[in-house]
Write a new protein. Sequence first.
Length: 156
Amino acid sequence: MAIRQIRIAGDPILCKVCKEVKTMTPMLQTLVEDMLDTMYEANGVGLAAPQVGVLKRIAVIDIGDGPIVLVNPQIIHQDGEQSGDEACLSLPGKAGEVVRPNHVIVRAFDEYMTEYEVEGEELLARALCHEIEHLDGHMFMERVIGAIHEAVMDED
């Protein structure tokens, strides 16, 4: 579809709470496709609608197991704890240590408005929490322990 511009930290839209999706319209279906394309183009593992300037409760994630579309996601269970570096497409080249649950269960709708649950551990749990926080107007920098630093990029 299309690559959308990713909003960068400091953009006021990233601090706003997103609105619930009542109906999946053709425009929102296009948004989901564009978000996936944008996330893959930027080599990210997740992207939330406000990061592309849309205040809707939609996020996409792919940690390498195929895309997950989250519409109106809610964390319904979390336990355990993990700590590690986290980065964000809205803060390019930067990372910081963040503590997150090690296990979460999220209830959401898919792009067809079919309700489902996704269970995640480790990286998927981290990504689910990170993207849902975007939908509530928060960014990972609010949770960083210590200083934000240059992200270390993996070389393939």
